[in-house]
Design a protein around this ligand. Structure first.
Ligand SMILES: [Zn+2]
Length: 490
C-alpha cells in the first residue's frame, strides 16, 4: 500500500486545533501530517502517490450512526418499489421478477410508501391477491416496520389465509427471517451494501444487526470493507460476545425497540394520532424491563440503543434512564435512536442524563413539512421533530445517521441545512461534524476516527462541488479507508 498525499485542497479536518488546511500526508494507514501544500510536498518521500485536489474538499470519512446495511443489502436483492406512484405501477415493478422467479420462491419488495401512492392508502393483502401471482410476496413498507403479504405467503408462513396480511414490528421481522434466502443471496447482499456505502463516502457504520450469521461475512468478504460498530437487535445476548471482534468491527451493545414507526402508526404517542383519533400506538417493552436491562448493560459496559419514536416511548426511556442514573451517578453513554417526537421539555432531561441522540435528518426531507406524512400523523406536533439547532444549543450529544432511508450523508447534510422548520436549520459545517466526528465520539473512538489530525486513522473522502453553500449537488469522488483508496480514482 503506497503512502498518499493530497495537495491544493480545502481540508476540513474537524480538529478544533486546526479546522482547515490545504494538504495531507497519509503513511501506513494513518494521517502523518496536515499542513500547507508546500509542507506536504516537502514531507512526501519517494513512492508517495500524489493527488492534486485542484481546490476540492477533503473531509474525514462519513460515519453513519444508524444503519441496517446487512438487511438493506439483502432486501436490495429484491424489487425496489419506491418509485411506484399507484397500485398498478407497483405490480408492473414486480413483473420482471415474477417472470424469472420459480412460482414456489419468494419475491421480496421494499420501499412502498402510501404517501407517494395516488390511492393514498396503505397496501392490503387483497391488492396483492388481485395481482394473482403464484409467488409468496413480502413487501416492506419504506419504514421497515410494516409489511404486507399475499395469500401464498400466508400459507407458506403457516398463518390463516383470511388474515389481513398486514404485519408489523417483531411479527414482521420474525416472518421475514423465515424466508429462506440462499447463502449466496445473503452474501451478495452484504457485498453490495459495502460497495454502495463506500461509494457514498461512508467509511464507518453503526450497524443495527438482526442477522448474527452475517457477522462473519462482514469480516470475510473479499475487497474493501467499512468499519463497523455493531448493535445486536436481540436481547438474548451472549455476554462474551461483546468487545472487539476484529480490527474493523466491534460489538458495542444492543438495540431495543421501545415502539414502532409513525408511518405504520405503531409509534407510541401521549396523545392520539391526528389522522386516527382512536389510536396512540403502543410500547413494546415495559418500563421495568427497560430499567433492568439498563442496569445489567451498565454493569457490563455495553451501550443500549433505544429505538423510540413517539413521545410516550421517549418519555418511558427518559424515566427509566433517570431512575437508573440517579441511583448510580455515572454510567455508560447510552443512546436514543430517532427520538422523533421530541417535546421541548425533553431536551434538558437528555442533557442531564448525557443520553446521546442519533438523528436522521434525511427523514425531514422525505416526510417533513406542512404537507408531509408527519403533519398528517401528528398535526402541529410535527414541528417538534428533530429540533437540531435547539439540541445543539442545549449541548445535547447528537450524531447523524440515515437508518438506510435512504443511505447518503450528503442528502442528510442537505436536509439539516434545509430543515422544514427554519429556526431549526444548522450550517453545512455543523452538519458535517454530526456526520463525522460526532459519530466517532459516540462510539468512544474520538481519539482514532472522525478527524483528520496527525496520528489518527486515515479515513477520508474527496468531494466535488461547493459543499458549504449547497451540499445537495456535491458528489463523492474518492473514498480512502485506512490509507487505501477503496472507491474512485481521484
Ligand atoms: Zn433503524
Amino acid at each position: 500500500m503506497p503512502d498518499l498525499a493530497f495537495v491544493n485542497g480545502r481540508v476540513l479536518t474537524q480538529d478544533p486545533r486546526r479546522p482547515e488546511a490545504e494538504a495531507l500526508l497519509i503513511r501506513e494507514g494513518r494521517i502523518a501530517r496536515v499542513g500547507s501544500t508546500s509542507d506536504i510536498r516537502e514531507a512526501s518521500g519517494r513512492g508517495v502517490q500524489m493527488f492534486d485536489l485542484g481546490g476540492r474538499w477533503l473531509l474525514p470519512g462519513f460515519m453513519d450512526t444508524h444503519t441496517h446495511l446487512v438487511e438493506w443489502g439483502v432486501s436490495r436483492q429484491g424489487v425496489d418499489l419506491s418509485t411506484g406512484t399507484h397500485l398498478e405501477a407497483l405490480r408492473d415493478l414486480l413483473r420482471p421478477a415474477a417472470r424469472t422467479t420459480p412460482a414456489d420462491r419468494w419475491i421480496v419488495g421494499y420501499g412502498w410508501d402510501e404517501s407517494r401512492l395516488a390511492e393514498g392508502r396503505p397496501l392490503a393483502r387483497r391488492d396483492l391477491d388481485l395481482w394473482a401471482l403464484p409467488h409468496p410476496l413480502f413487501l416492506w413498507r419504506v419504514c421497515g416496520h410494516l409489511a404486507v403479504v399475499n395469500r401464498p405467503a400466508l400459507r407458506a408462513l403457516g398463518l390463516p389465509e383470511e388474515s389481513p396480511g398486514v404485519i408489523t414490528e417483531e411479527a414482521a421481522r420474525e416472518a421475514y427471517r423465515k424466508i429462506p434466502f440462499s447463502v449466496e443471496d445473503l452474501r451478495a447482499g452484504v457485498r453490495r451494501a459495502a460497495q454502495e456505502a463506500l461509494a457514498l463516502g461512508i467509511t464507518t457504520v453503526h450497524e443495527m444487526l438482526d442477522r448474527p450469521e452475517a457477522l462473519p461475512w462482514l469480516e470475510e468478504l473479499p475487497g474493501p470493507r467499512f468499519r463497523t460498530y455493531l448493535y445486536r437487535e436481540h436481547l438474548d445476548l451472549l455476554k462474551a460476545e461483546f468487545g472487539q471482534v476484529s480490527d474493523r468491527a466491534r460489538l458495542c451493545g444492543a438495540k431495543v425497540f421501545v415502539d414502532g414507526s409513525l408511518g405504520a402508526r405503531t409509534a407510541a404517542l401521549l396523545e392520539p394520532y391526528a389522522d386516527a383519533p382512536a389510536e396512540r400506538g403502543s410500547l413494546l417493552v415495559l418500563r421495568e424491563e427497560v430499567e433492568a436491562l439498563l442496569q445489567e448493560a451498565d454493569d457490563l459496559g455495553w451501550q443500549i440503543a433505544f429505538h423510540a419514536i413517539g413521545d410516550r416511548a421517549i418519555e418511558a426511556v427518559l424515566t427509566a434512564c433517570e431512575a437508573v442514573f440517579d441511583r448510580r451517578g455515572t454510567w455508560v453513554c447510552h443512546r436514543l435512536e430517532h427520538g422523533l417526537l421530541m417535546r421541548p421539555e425533553y431536551l434538558a432531561r437528555l442533557k442531564r442524563l448525557g443520553l446521546a441522540l442519533t438523528v436522521q435528518s434525511n427523514f425531514l426531507a422525505a416526510w417533513g413539512g406542512d404537507q408531509g406524512l408527519y403533519a398528517k400523523r401528528l398535526g402541529e406536533r410535527w414541528k417538534w421533530i428533530a429540533p437540531i439547532r435547539s439540541l445543539l444549543a442545549r449541548r445535547v450529544s447528537v450524531a447523524f445517521g440515515s437508518d438506510n432511508l435512504p443511505l447518503g450523508p450528503l442528502q442528510g447534510i442537505a436536509a439539516a441545512v434545509n430543515h422544514p422548520v427554519p429556526e431549526e436549520r444548522i450550517s453545512a459545517a455543523e452538519a458535517i461534524r454530526l456526520y463525522t466526528q460526532a459519530g466517532a465520539a459516540l462510539a468512544g473512538d474520538g481519539e482514532e476516527l472522525g478527524m483528520l489530525s496527525e496520528g489518527m486513522l486515515a479515513d477520508c473522502v474527496v468531494l466535488s462541488g461547493d459543499l458549504l453553500t449547497d451540499p445537495l449537488p456535491c458528489r463523492v469522488e474518492l473514498t480512502v479507508l485506512g490509507g487505501e483508496v477503496v472507491y474512485g480514482e481521484g
